[in-house]
Design a protein around this ligand. Structure first.
Ligand code: IMP
Ligand code: MG
Length: 179
């Protein structure tokens, strides 16, 4: 598994610092609000699990699963809901979408659209990684862990063809693996 990694972009220590910083910001910004963390499956699970423990105010969690990718490395541009929120009452809630990576932005644009239509009190985006060069949709992250160059990355929840999610760091995959 490790042999397929070209370069480590974020080490375990760097990820820990990033998550602590984001947790502290969110704790400050959401005091007195009805914070609901919405994890986008499956890529954000590790980030979500670490981030929620750095948030020091009450919050609830929920999960959504959408798909815009096949097993390749480029978005198909078509997003579909595979699993919706369990809680249908989002009205009055302050939703914070927790994503692994903001790439073309197509997935989050779609999620923002359908969740906004349910009239939450507020809705924001927290992404671990941001690849601004690749943006197609008019979407930005309210909280971003790190900006990364345009390389296909895996680890800390992110996969290629469902593999590498269990690597404890974020690394760029050797192009030979997917070409
Ligand atoms: P977007 O709709 O193009 O922004 O795609 C977002 C989704 O694509 C993310 O939630 C990831 O699941 C996946 N994705 C985009 N770039 C990468 C990458 O470099 N590695 C792994 N997954 C990625
Ligand atoms: Mg994802």
């Amino acid at each position: 598994m490790i042999n397929d990694i070209e370069k480590v972009l974020l080490s375990e220590e760097q990820l820990k610092e990033i998550v602590q910083r984001l947790g502290a910001e969110i704790t400050n910004d959401y005091r007195g609000k009805k914070l609901v963390l919405v994890s986008v499956l499956k890529g954000s699970v590790i980030f979500m699990a670490d981030l929620m423990r750095e948030i020091k105010i009450p919050c609830s969690i929920d999960f959504m699963s959408v798909s815009s990718y096949g097993s390749g490395t480029k978005t198909s541009g078509v997003v579909k809901i595979i699993k919706d929120l369990d809680t249908d009452v989002v009205e009055g809630s302050d939703l914070l979408i927790v994503e692994d990576i903001l790439d073309s932005g197509v997935t989050l644009e779609y999620l923002m659209k359908i969740l906004s239509a349910r009239n939450p009190n507020s809705i924001k985006i927290c992404t671990l990684l941001d690849k601004p060069e690749r943006r197609k949709a008019n979407i930005f992250a309210d909280y971003a862990g790190a900006q990364i160059p345009d390389a296909f990355v895996v680890g800390y929840g992110l996969d290629y063809d469902e593999k590498y999610r269990n690597l404890p760091f974020v690394g760029a995959l050797k192009p030979a693996v997917y070409e």
